[in-house]
Design a protein around this ligand. Structure first.
Ligand SMILES: [Fe+2]
Length: 334
């Protein structure tokens, strides 16, 4: 329990990622929570297994957090089943955390992803998407301010982003990458950047209608499974169409992000300029994050492999100029 905090511990797992049924939560975020509503675990170097550090309902004091950090810990761990409760607590204090200048932009992004991932998973499963649209709007504001200030560079973002594709970290990665790419292309209007980030958060909303065993299938999909996955653009579009807080540009991202420049995409098979520019932009970073994320059936591609993969798709699948713009930014990563 608490007496363990002085022991030398290891904490190499990226924040928010599951390991042996536990999820890492940054200490810096836990400092802001009055009473953590989950048992907290710490990893001990000696045993290589989690040890109960503190029971649910107790405050993590500043002195405890200092001691844990001094022992080399960046995170404590909570059980997957209790993560949703902690995620909610983190979301409640997110604005304060993200405005805290004592926390580096990279750490802020880690906190953002941790807080958001549990809530996104929960919200996406709801029949109504009000909660998810509201969450997307809040997250987009934070992403815009982190990325637009250029305090968070592609290098930092890639290093700290969670790359397990089928968690909901994918949408926050895509939103952040999209804002970076948009800035690089000269889109400077803050409201537009925020609207774009919201669109990126919403782009795969229609996947909630696709059975999980199909989404998570290890290995290639058969034609009927592929057809089922391909309904997600239309279904996402339909579920947002009548909302007055989602605009035309954002709807086009949801509807067209799998269209291809050569007309071989879906749902319609439109070509080139018939595809909304934002959908073309999201397509580039969506493919990048899909390539660099781990799947149940393959390892993640390296940045260099992903860059080559994108360049091969430029002009056929993806917009050539946007691919060149994004891959030129990636040179700092390899
Ligand atoms: Fe998609």
């Amino acid at each position: 329990m608490r007496g363990q905090m002085g022991v030398s511990t290891v904490c190499e797992m990226p924040v928010g990622r599951e390991m042996r049924g536990l999820v890492a939560v940054p200490l810096i975020a836990l400092r802001s929570v009055r009473r953590v509503e989950a048992d907290l675990y710490v990893y001990c170097m000696n045993s290589q297994r989690p040890v109960l550090y503190q029971r649910a309902g107790t405050r993590l004091t500043g002195d405890q957090a200092d001691a844990l950090e001094a022992a080399g810990n960046r995170c404590l761990y909570v059980c997957v089943g209790e993560f949703n409760r902690v995620g909610k607590q983190l979301l409640a204090s997110l604005s304060t955390l993200l405005e805290n200048d004592d926390i580096t932009p990279a750490e802020r992004y880690g906190v953002l992803q941790t807080a958001v991932s549990a809530e996104v998973e929960h919200a996406v499963k709801l029949v109504h998407c009000d909660r998810f649209v509201k969450l997307s709007s809040d997250v987009a504001r934070h992403i815009r301010s982190l990325v637009e200030s250029r305090q968070l560079l592609p290098h930092d973002l890639f290093r700290i982003a969670r790359h397990d594709y089928h968690t909901f970290a994918h949408v926050t990665n895509v939103a952040s990458y999209a804002v970076m790419l948009a800035l690089q292309t000269g889109l400077a209007d803050g409201d537009d950047l925020e609207r774009l980030a919201v669109a990126a958060m919403l782009h795969d909303l229609g996947k909630r209608y696709v059975p999980r065993h199909v989404l998570l299938k290890p290995g290639p999909l058969n034609p009927s499974e592929r057809a089922l996955i391909e309904t997600h653009t239309q279904r996402g579009y339909e579920s947002l169409l009548h909302r007055n807080d989602v605009d035309f540009d954002q709807l086009m991202v949801v509807y067209q992000h799998h269209e291809r420049i050569d007309g071989r995409g879906y749902p319609v098979g439109v070509t080139g300029e018939e595809i909304h520019p934002w959908a073309q932009l999201i397509a580039v970073v969506d493919v990048f994050d899909a390539m660099t994320g781990t799947r149940t059936y393959r390892r993640a591609a390296s940045v260099a492999q992903a860059r080559d993969g994108l360049l091969k798709r430029g002009g056929t699948h993806l917009n050539q100029e946007l691919v060149e713009c994004w891959t030129s930014m990636l040179t700092t990563l390899s």
